[in-house]
Design a binder for this molecule. Structure first.
Ligand SMILES: Nc1ncnc2c1ncn2[C@@H]1O[C@H](COP(=O)(O)OP(=O)(O)O)[C@@H](O)[C@H]1O
Ligand SMILES: [Mg+2]
Length: 294
């Protein structure tokens, strides 16, 4: 479904260049529900905005299904955004029209694409648990309820791909769990591929796979040991380490990213020594160069 290779995004402001993505690789299969986790400033939103057709990459390759987002024309991107992808922001004011009802909000994107389907709009609101609130104006709904309307809006045009940028960032834990359960249901029942961006490690137990992004590169990957566990029980809900197996990402040409803590602990600067004994690869601080006897 998603394939990024060597994806680069450079933001240029007056005299400053920020390399937000420095050659990122990522692939996501159709039907997956996965999370991208990283600290603030690591490039998560940049990546999601590119995948959502909201921003253009600077270089590299990025395809979503049949769409090549590097080469797509502006008209293509409009179609792509309308038909293929749904987007949920942390600050849902970007999705929502406060003085319309929940139902009118969900119908809005349907009208833009000329496919108004009131029954489906109602169905979506029922699925997100707002059956009894659909005729309320958004100003009458709580933050968590508004975020659930935003999810219904993002799905109004039956996208194959749902992108959510910190969707639980401004709601309490209970609402956050509810939102993750809604995502899981849409993923299972409608087969929507879902990519969630977050800095919240506790969401990890709710997804099949977590890709960690660090300094604009995917660095580590965590895959759920038993995909049938959704992390609901306290035994298996322990987040990354307990429920997931960790892997370091190796790109197509064999590069991997060593965590900064490891490098610092061994005082490795810009070079390391590497040995292969047939079974293991060992990376060490370089041996000090011996002085030539005079
Ligand atoms: N529009 C922009 N102009 C300039 N720099 C930006 C812009 N958007 C993001 N950045 C920079 O790119 C880097 C990655 O940002 P972002 O993708 O928002 O990270 P995250 O979502 O992981 O917090 C940061 O250093 C940020 O300051
Ligand atoms: Mg962000």
């Amino acid at each position: 479904m998603i394939n990024c290779e060597g994806l680069v995004k450079i933001y240029k402001t007056d005299d400053l260049e920020v390399v937000a993505l420095q050659g990122l690789n990522l692939s996501v299969s159709a039907g997956e529900m996965m999370a991208i986790i990283g600290n603030s400033g690591s490039g998560k939103s940049t990546l999601l905005n590119i995948l959502g057709g909201l921003d253009r990459p600077s270089a590299g390759q990025v395809t979503v299904g049949p769409w090549n987002l590097l080469k797509a024309s502006d008209d293509d991107l409009v179609k792509y955004k309308r038909d293929t992808v749904g987007f949920i922001w942390q600050n849902n004011a970007r999705n929502l029209l406060p003085f319309l009802t929940a139902l009118e909000n969900v119908e809005m994107p349907m009208m833009f694409s000329g496919k108004l389907d009131r029954a489906y709009a109602k169905q979506l609101l029922e699925w997100v648990g707002l059956k009894d609130r659909m005729h309320n104006k958004l100003t009458q709904l709580s933050g968590g309820e508004q975020q659930r309307v935003a999810i219904a809006i993002a799905l109004a045009n039956k996208p194959q791909l749902l992108l959510a940028d910190e969707p639980t960032g401004s709601v309490d834990t209970r609402t956050s769990d509810l939102i993750m359960d809604i995502f899981r249901r849409f993923n299972r029942e409608l087969g929507v591929t879902i990519v969630i961006v977050t800095h919240d490690l506790s969401l990890a137990s709710k997804v099949d796979r977590v890709v960690a992004i660090r300094d604009g590169l995917t660095s580590t990957e965590f895959i759920k040991r038993n995909p049938n566990l959704d992390g609901a029980s306290p035994l298996h809900g322990g987040g990354l380490n307990e429920a997931h197996e960790a892997f370091v990402v190796v790109d197509r040409v064999g590069r991997l990213q060593i965590p900064k803590e490891y490098l610092q602990a061994l005082s490795i600067g810009d070079k390391a020594s590497m040995e292969f004994d047939g079974e293991q690869i060992v990376i060490k601080a370089p041996k000090p160069i011996e002085e030539e006897p005079a």
